[in-house]
Design a protein around this ligand. Structure first.
Ligand SMILES: Cc1cc2nc3c(=O)[nH]c(=O)nc-3n(C[C@H](O)[C@H](O)[C@H](O)COP(=O)(O)OP(=O)(O)OC[C@H]3O[C@@H](n4cnc5c(N)ncnc54)[C@H](O)[C@@H]3O)c2cc1C
Length: 390
């Protein structure tokens, strides 16, 4: 077994790990980047449907969930979405905004990976892909990192091993286990940005695939207004993924299929002689209109419905309340909520307060962004901050 010495070992060559290795390398630190996966940064590759929604124009701390909502502020301010755009400009990469400030790479997610890899290489880091870490221990004021063929001794150890979502492409609980080994607390983890499942009685199986482009979904005091998609098992779509991060098991979600208008407004121009299903089919997708009318029992001309019946219909459209049975889990979740408790970390460096030299960055930390580029921005910002200190 060869024993080698370096300044910094980064475990996890994903979004945060590469940003950290590039930043530390640019400062002249000798860096080793270890990842057990064969392929580099698979999560970046599959992100944003292959186009990588790499940041958001409207990044702000309020778009992140954490036990300590202030923790992310310092890092997000020190390395902003505009800093990442400047790096893309240097590499000649283009971008476009799709919706709600979400920025996608014109050249696709592979170009983002190539850019980060080039930045890591420019800093002179040593790559160890396809390399599992078998043990980590404290060695004096530094650390010992054991892999099957080498043992690395380092002054700084950065954990960037990500969350639990999509185990098929290499997600593991490594970072949480290591945090516990060094006495840090873990905020309970749950799948987030994930489709919700319904009980069989709440499912409209025949409606799987129906999308409502504009809906408001709420739980408690939190709501999101975007599209929703009915599925075989429950509901999905951006508004549902967003609310899933806030949803607590046993709590209802409420779906408003007619944002900002009542049924009377929506029906204002409709012929009073038209059948309800046709009138409704102009307001919501036709298959959904048919299903809703079926639940009312009869399909009659609009004028034959009493105000009370229309009120019931409005309740169904604007206050569709369901208690989801759960989520589809980590296999389909975009991210993991919870993680290494920020109470044990310094927000200016990402370093463990009680273990000098040990850093946690990216998704493994209890900081979870909204859908729309916020999670990558956290990876870039926290990676930069740790790379500036490690
Ligand atoms: C389908 C999908 C689409 C997404 N799309 C977007 C999007 O468009 N925009 C956005 O902002 N966010 C998106 N996300 C979320 C985003 O990918 C993550 O938040 C981000 O990648 C987290 O960065 P990270 O560096 O912390 O972890 P990762 O990028 O997951 O990197 C962790 C690395 O650690 C390695 N690793 C894990 N365990 C070990 C171990 N035991 N030993 C060695 N190495 C290990 C992994 O192989 C991996 O390379 C998406 C996620 C998914 C699943």
């Amino acid at each position: 077994m060869k024993v080698r010495t370096t300044d910094v070992v980064v475990i996890g060559a994903g979004a945060a790990g590469m940003m950290c290795a590039a930043t530390a390398g640019a400062r002249g630190r000798e860096v080793v980047l270890i990842d057990h996966a064969e392929k580099l940064a698979e999560k970046i590759r599959i992100s944003g449907g292959g186009r990588c929604n790499f940041t958001n124009l409207h990044v702000r701390p309020e778009c992140y969930l954490s036990r300590n909502p202030h923790y992310c502020k310092s890092a997000l301010a020190r390395y902003t979405q505009h800093d990442f755009l400047k790096m893309m400009e240097r590499y000649g990469l283009g971008w476009h905004e799709k919706t709600l400030g979400q920025l996608f790479c014109d050249q696709g997610s592979g170009a983002i990976i190539d850019m980060l890899k080039a930045e890591v290489d420019a800093g002179g880091a040593t790559w160890r892909m396809n390399t599992p870490v078998t043990a980590v221990g404290r060695l004096g004021e530094g650390f010992e990192v054991v892999t099957p063929e080498e043992t690395w001794h380092c002054a700084s150890l950065v954990i960037a091993s990500g969350g639990l979502s999509i185990p098929q492409i290499g997600a593991t609980a490594f970072g949480y286990e290591l945090a516990r080994q060094f006495g840090l607390e873990i905020v309970a983890t749950t799948p987030a940005l994930v489709p919700l499942t319904f009980q069989p009685q709440d499912l409209w199986d025949e409606l799987a695939g129906v999308a409502v482009e504009d809906a408001i979904v709420s739980t408690g005091k939190t709501h999101f207004r975007e599209a929703i998609l009915l599925t075989h098992r429950g509901v999905s779509g951006p508004a549902i993924l967003q609310i899933s991060s806030y949803w607590q098991p046993g709590q209802p979600i409420v779906i408003d299929l007619l944002p900002e208008r009542g049924l009377a407004d929506a029906l204002a121009g409709a012929s009073r002689d038209a059948l309800l299903v046709n009138v409704l089919g102009d307001i919501v997708p036709k298959r959904l209109a048919q299903a809703i009318v079926a639940t009312l029992g009869e399909n009659r001309p609009l004028k034959q419905y009493t105000p009370k019946a229309l009120q019931q219909l409005e309740d169904r459209l604007k206050r569709w309340q369901v208690v989801p049975s759960g989520t589809v889990g980590y296999k389909k979740a975009e991210v993991t909520c919870g993680g290494v408790d920020t109470a044990g970390l310094d927000s200016r460096s990402m370093m463990a307060r009680q273990v000098p030299g040990l850093f946690f960055i990216g998704e493994v930390v209890d900081v979870t962004g909204w859908l729309g580029g916020y999670n990558f921005q956290w990876a870039w910002s926290s990676g930069f901050v740790a790379g500036s200190a490690a």
